[in-house]
Design a protein around this ligand. Structure first.
Ligand code: G6P
Length: 468
C-alpha cells in the first residue's frame, strides 16, 4: 500500500484516458515478488473525484482508492505535505496544524485500511509505505488480526523535541505500533522513534524491540529498525552503457558550450533539498573568481512538486529569482552559469545527464535517503565523477567516500565544490569504486528482501512457528 499507485492515470488533450506505469525503484523491486504471490497494490491513482474499478496491470492487481477534491486538499496537500512533511524534515519550513486536516487524514487512512482489509487473503502480508499512511497499521490490525503487517517510513523520523510539537503525536505512534515491523532509513530515525515511544507511552524498549501491551497480561513485540532503501542499480548501469545514451551525454556537453566541468543538481523542487544553499555557494565562487562560467556550468533539474502548497510556490519564486540573478551576473553568451530546468525527464535523459556530470551536488538540508546520489553512482561505470553529499541525507550513512558536507556551512560547500572540481583522476576513481561497491551490494531488491524476511521471519517467531 502506498499513497500513490505504481500507475498514474493520464488524460490526453484529446480526452483519451490511459494508465502509465511509474518507473520508481519501489515498483521495480516489488513487481516480481507481487506477481509470484498474487499481490495487490492499494493506492490513489493521482486524480480527484474519480472512481476506478480494480484492474490487473502486468499480473498485479491494482486497487484504486478514491480521494475527493477536499481529501486531496486536507489529507494530501494539508496534513501529509504541510504538517507531517515539514515537521519530519526538521521544521525547515514551519508546519501547519489544523484539526480539519487531521480529521481528513484519519478518514482517508481508514479508507485505505478498509480497501486492504477487503482484498488481503487470510494470513497475508501487508506492507504499508510512508508517512501518508501511518494510521493504517493499527486500523488494519484491529480489522484483520490474522495479517502480518509491515510499515516503512521513507522520510526521516524527527528527534523527540520536534516530534512532540505534533498535537496528534500519540495517535500517530499508536497507528505505527499496529505493525509487526517498522522500518526506517537510518539508525538515528529508528532511535528517534523508539525514544518517542518511551517518552509518550513508557513502553519498554530493548535494542530494536518494543513491547507493546496487548491485553492486561500480554504484550506484542514490535521491531523498529533501519533498512536503508536503494535503487535498481543494475538497470541504471545498463542504461548508461547504451550507445545512444552515451551519445546523448556527449551532445549535452556540446550544447552547454563544452565547459571543462559540468556540475549537476537533480531534485524535486522542495525546500528540503538545499537548492538555494547550493546556488549561493556557487554564486560566491563565481563572484570571487575561484570559478568562471567559461569553464564551469551548473545544470539544475528541479522537477515540479506539490505545486498547490504555498511553501512550494514561495520556494519556486525564491529559486527562480536566485537563478535569474546568478545568470544575469555571470553568464556569457554561449556559456550559461546555470542551466535551469523546471521539468521532470525520462530515466534515459537523466542517465545521460549523470554521465555528463563531472560533479554531482546533493546538498539536502534533510532527506530520508536521497536516491539521486545512488543513481549517479550506479551510472558511473567509468569509475569517474565526484559526488558531493550532504551529511543530512540518509545516503551519507553508506556513501562515506563521497565529499561529505554540512550544507548550512556555505564555506564548507564552497571548498567541497573546489575540491571536487580539482580532484585528481586517481582519487576520483578510488572514491567512485568504493561508492559503487555500496550501491551494488545493497540494491533495492536486497532492501525489500531484507525487510520482508525480517517481517515474515519475525511474525513466525511471535506465533510460535519455528524458523527454518
Ligand atoms: C517523497 C515521499 C514519497 C512521495 C514522493 C513524491 O519521496 O517519500 O512518498 O511519493 O516524495 O511526492 P508526491 O507528493 O508527489 O507523492
Amino acid at each position: 500500500m502506498s499513497n500513490r499507485l505504481p500507475v498514474d492515470h493520464e488524460v490526453a488533450p484529446d480526452g483519451t484516458e490511459s494508465w502509465r506505469t511509474s518507473p520508481g525503484g519501489l515498483v521495480t523491486a516489488l513487481e516480481p515478488l507481487m506477481r509470484e504471490s498474487e499481490g495487490a497494490w492499494v493506492g490513489w491513482p493521482g486524480v480527484a473525484d474519480r472512481d476506478f474499478e480494480p484492474f490487473s496491470n502486468d499480473g498485479i492487481s491494482i486497487v484504486p482508492v478514491r480521494l475527493s477534491t477536499q481529501d486531496v486538499e486536507f489529507y494530501y496537500e494539508g496534513f501529509s505535505n504541510d504538517t507531517l512533511w515539514p515537521l519530519y524534515h526538521d521544521v525547515i519550513s514551519p508546519p501547519s496544524f489544523h484539526r480539519e486536516w487531521w480529521d481528513s487524514y484519519v478518514t482517508v487512512n481508514k479508507r485505505f485500511a478498509a480497501a486492504a482489509a477487503a482484498v488481503a487473503a487470510p494470513g497475508a502480508t501487508v506492507w504499508v509505505q510512508d508517512y501518508q499512511l501511518q494510521l493504517v497499521p493499527r486500523m488494519l490490525r484491529d480489522a484483520r488480526p490474522d495479517l502480518v503487517i509491515g510499515f516503512f517510513n521513507h522520510i526521516p523520523f524527527p528527534p523527540y523535541g520536534i516530534y512532540s510539537q505534533l498535537p496528534w503525536r500519540k495517535q500517530i505512534l499508536d497507528g505505527l505500533l499496529g505493525a509487526d515491523l517498522i522500518g526506517f532509513q537510518r539508525v538515528a530515525d529508528a532511535g528517534n522513534f523508539s525514544r518517542a515511544v518511551r517518552r509518550l507511552f513508557g513502553y519498554p524498549t530493548r535494542g530494536t524491540a518494543i513491547d507493546v501491551p496487548d491485553t492486561a497480561q500480554h504484550s506484542r513485540r514490535v521491531i523498529a529498525r533501519h533498512f536503508p532503501i536503494s535503487i535498481d542499480s543494475a538497470s541504471f548501469e545498463e542504461l548508461a552503457k547504451r550507445p545512444d545514451i552515451q551519445e546523448r551525454s556527449r551532445q549535452i556537453r556540446e550544447e552547454l558550450g563544452n565547459p571543462k566541468t559540468i556540475m549537476l543538481g537533480v531534485d524535486r523542487l522542495d525546500y528540503t533539498k538545499g537548492i538555494g544553499h547550493r546556488i549561493k555557494a556557487y554564486g560566491e565562487l563565481l563572484a570571487e573568481g575561484s570559478l568562471s562560467a567559461e569553464d564551469v556550468t551548473l545544470v539544475q533539474v528541479a522537477s515540479p512538486s506539490r505545486e498547490r502548497v504555498a511553501a512550494y510556490m514561495d520556494l519556486r519564486d525564491e529559486i527562480e529569482l536566485a537563478v535569474g540573478r546568478l545568470n544575469g551576473d555571470h553568464s556569457t553568451i554561449g556559456h550559461p552559469a546555470i542551466s535551469y530546468h523546471h521539468h521532470g525527464y525520462p530515466r534515459e535523459e537523466m542517465v545521460a545527464l549523470y554521465l555528463s556530470a563531472d560533479v554531482m551536488l546533493v546538498t539536502a538540508l534533510r532527506d530520508g535517503m536521497n536516491l539521486v546520489a545512488k543513481e549517479y553512482v550506479a551510472v558511473r561505470f567509468d569509475n569517474d565523477g565526484v559526488l558531493v553529499l550532504s551529511e543530512f541525507a540518509g545516503a551519507s550513512d553508506e556513501l562515506k567516500q563521497a565529499v561529505l558536507i554540512n550544507p548550512h556551512d556555505i564555506e564548507d560547500v564552497k571548498s567541497a565544490i573546489l575540491q571536487a572540481v580539482n580532484m585528481p583522476k586517481r582519487e576520483r576513481s578510488r572514491r567512485m569504486r568504493a561508492l559503487r561497491r555500496k550501491v551494488f551490494d545493497n540494491d533495492v531488491a536486497a532492501w525489500s528482501a531484507s525487510f520482508l524476511e525480517t517481517l515474515t521471519g519475525g511474525a513466525k517467531v511471535a506465533a510460535g512457528v519455528p524458523e527454518n
